[in-house]
Design a protein around this ligand. Structure first.
Ligand code: ADP
Ligand code: MG
Length: 689
């Protein structure tokens, strides 16, 4: 089987399964094999039936003595009951609402079962176990050893998914080894194909860990190689020198409605010094949500404008670009700076533009001193006097993208600043971003009060709505976050659209409610965001689109539905949407009781205890149990799916290996496979955005 085989070519991949795989981003065998489990269920010990107790996770093999479908007492659920025997005894098994099981399994069949035991009506029972017939080939993938568990959507079961992986797994041999033998040997890493196979079907935890080590290494190593290669490339490059405008900068600072924090001043000073040189700046500005990075960016852009150069500020979405456009205009309002917004759908400026669409864009590119947009900005246009590029929350803005920055005209390289709210400690940031210098804003502005965060349950929903109403009566605004857009969700999570309608009709008929989600047209999103900014909307119901960067200082409460479904980092980002002004702000985490296992509860409670992202990131890591190998880390680094941001030792190792290779062979002439791999992945990145 080739890696390029499309998934519908596999056994049992019909239209529906193909669809749901596609939703997971999986279209080919290669995609499938690179979709790793995030943990394993350990069924490595089969138990004999007489040793079983209630409340255990067990795996047994036995023979079906009896199997039948029943209606449950309340007539609401279909039950399938079976009796299983082995040499030592009998045990009862129950499945709910899966009557087909009685078709699949017949008395006399040998089966392997894995699941949890409980006491049911005084009888030891195995409840809804994974089951597998022991066939002629004797290979078991669902119920024995370490069973992989994947992040899936509701349309495809773990069992179906494992079945597909099993079909495709031998194709893992087709993955080309690209890691130099020397590196592999030195760090004792598994060959790529072996690592991929063992990640899906390890025989034991040791194998699972070794697979993870290799795959995590790869992610970090690629990242490091790119950084080092770029660093090498930029070594003798020349950038426009932006002379520090002391007087004007002071005037700007005095014009602000607040005083800058020490962290902001320090960061601004580091940046302004950097761009005052003719070597291209490569700097990362890290500061928690709300720490005030935008004004620091504005200061640098302002200096660029006075120097008669152009600066670009790029946001991850059009909404955020629109918002930056508003804020930068406000910040620089008293100064005569030509500012423009340029995205796929927007072309506006604070100076006069022609009516014609193409001409408008041309004029912006030519005349604007500060251009705000999305990443498409530097891909689609050639900004001839570009001296500074700032990217906000775009970890994917990699080497490939930066390489595009070189200007065709003078051959000068613009300075580069990347801004992020992802909390990582300084030492880690320095090695993770091998090519960037670091500025940190440690403190939040003084006027901020810590956000009060409460975990609430379904029973407190009405109370929560009353609270939201009180805040609105006091003149504030509110966000209500829902996990999904449409009511297609089988897990019963409130979808944004349905919730919006319900709130409007039943809960807040007298208030102005808005709805925003990723499927809206960009012009509509913009309209809603500006209505929110103008306080024409009091409550905004939203999906995760508001996650990063939206700045509505008047919003004082955010209610998050289905909070257990989000990661800590993401919840912290949501929470960062409030508490941006002087008012006391609140974050309400709504979660249904059923969804609350102790771990979830602890995770959510952490948010009420800690207000800083760094502490939360550490807790997130700690709460992922030993079995949770492949984290959906939500670290803010989409390309790090396996590697841990907190595995400092591994990060350091990858940095050293990458440095060594680039130093001895900057063009990778002796490492064709590696060169190809780098080319591959940076292309991928560019497409992803
Ligand atoms: P982030 O770092 O998350 O991008 P922003 O730049 O959006 O934060 O700033 C958040 C809010 O804080 C904005 O409304 C901004 O005007 C305000 N702000 C920035 N710096 C200060 C400060 N030193 N004191 C008070 N408010 C500030
Ligand atoms: Mg921001």
């Amino acid at each position: 089987m080739l890696l390029s085989v499309p998934l519908p070519a596999l056994n049992r991949v019909g239209k529906n399964i193909a669809q749901s795989l596609k939703k997971l981003g999986l279209e080919t065998v290669q995609d499938l094999l690179l979709y790793f489990p995030f943990r394993y269920d350990d069924f490595s010990q089969t138990t004999s039936i007489d040793k079983i107790e209630a409340g255990q996770n067990i795996s047994i093999t036995g023979t079906i003595e009896l199997i039948q479908n029943k209606r449950s007492v309340k007539q609401r659920r279909q039950l399938t009951e079976a009796l299983i025997s082995d040499d030592s005894g009998l045990i009862k098994v129950i499945w709910f609402n899966q009557p087909f099981i009685a078709q699949n399994l017949k008395p006399g069949d040998r089966v392997s079962l894995a699941g949890k035991t409980a006491e049911s009506y005084g009888q030891l029972t195995l409840i809804s176990p994974q089951y597998e017939k022991i066939g002629a080939n004797g290979v078991l993938i669902h119920t024995q050893g370490l069973v992989p568990i994947y992040h899936l959507n509701a349309d495809i079961t773990q069992k179906q998914f494992r079945f597909l992986i099993k079909q495709a797994i031998e194709a893992a041999d087709k993955f080309k080894e690209w890691l130099p033998e020397s590196v592999r040997k030195e760090l004792q890493l598994l060959p790529l194909a072996t690592a991929i196979k063992r990640a899906h079907f390890p025989e034991n935890m040791e194998q699972a860990l070794a697979a993870r080590k290799r795959l995590g290494f790869d992610e970090l190593f690629i990242r490091q190689l790119r950084s080092q290669a770029l660093k090498y490339q930029l070594k003798n490059k020349v950038a426009p020198k932006i002379i520090f405008q002391e007087m004007m900068t002071k005037k700007f600072v005095q014009s602000l409605p607040f005083t800058l924090t020490t962290g902001q001043k320090q960061a601004a000073w580091e940046i302004l010094q950097d761009i005052n040189k003719d070597a291209p700046m490569s700097r990362l500005l890290e500061g928690d949500a709300g720490s005030g990075k935008t004004v620091v960016a504005a200061m640098a852009l302002f200096n660029v404008a006075i120097n008669k150069y152009q600066g670009a500020l790029m946001a991850p979405t059009e909404i955020l670009a629109g918002q930056h456009y508003q804020s930068i205009q406000k910040l620089l309002g008293a100064f005569n700076v030509k500012i423009a917004l340029l995205t796929g759908h927007q072309a506006e400026a604070n100076f006069e533009l022609p009516k014609n669409k193409a001409e408008r864009r041309e004029k912006i590119i030519k005349d604007a001193e500060i251009i705000i947009g999305t990443q498409a900005l530097i891909q689609d246009y050639n900004i001839s006097k570009l001296a500074l590029v700032i990217v906000d929350e775009q970890h994917r803005f990699g080497v490939k993208q930066r390489q595009k920055l070189q200007q065709s005209g003078g051959g000068l390289w613009p300075h580069f600043l990347s801004m992020t709210a992802t909390p990582i400690p300084r030492s880690l940031a320095l090695s993770l971003y091998g090519d960037l210098d670091l500025s940190l804003i440690k403190e939040l502005p003084q006027n901020r009060k810590p956000i009060i965060t409460k975990v609430i349950t379904e029973e407190q929903r009405d109370q929560a709505y009353n609270f939201v109403r009180q805040q609105i009566i006091a003149g504030r605004q509110a966000f209500i976050i829902c996990p999904l857009v449409e009511e297609s969700d089988k897990l019963g999570v409130r979808s944004a659209t349905a919730e919006y309608k319900r709130l409007k009709k039943e809960v807040f008929p007298d208030l102005e409610i808005g709805l925003i989600h990723g499927k809206l047209k960009s012009a509509e999103k913009e309209k809603i965001m500006s209505a929110l900014a103008n306080k024409d909307i009091q409550i905004l119901v939203a999906t995760a689109v508001v996650e990063v960067g939206v700045d509505i200082p008047n919003a004082s409460v955010i209610l998050i539905e289905g909070a257990e479904r989000f990661g800590l980092a993401q919840l912290h980002q949501f929470r960062g949407r409030v508490g941006r002004g002087e008012e006391q702000s609140y974050c309400l985490l709504l979660t249904s009781k059923e969804q609350q296992n102790p771990k979830t509860a602890e995770r959510l409670q952490a948010l009420s205890k800690y207000n800083d992202g760094l502490s939360l990131a550490k807790i997130d890591l700690k709460l992922r149990g030993a079995g949770d190998l492949y984290g959906l880390v939500q670290s803010g680094f989409p390309e790090l799916r396996i590697a841990s941001l907190f595995d400092y030792e591994m990060i350091k190792k990858t940095q050293i290996s990458a440095e060594k290779i680039i130093k001895s062979d900057p063009e990778l002439a002796n490492y064709p496979a590696l060169r190809e791999k780098l080319g591959d992945t940076s292309n991928e990145e560019a497409h992803l955005e």
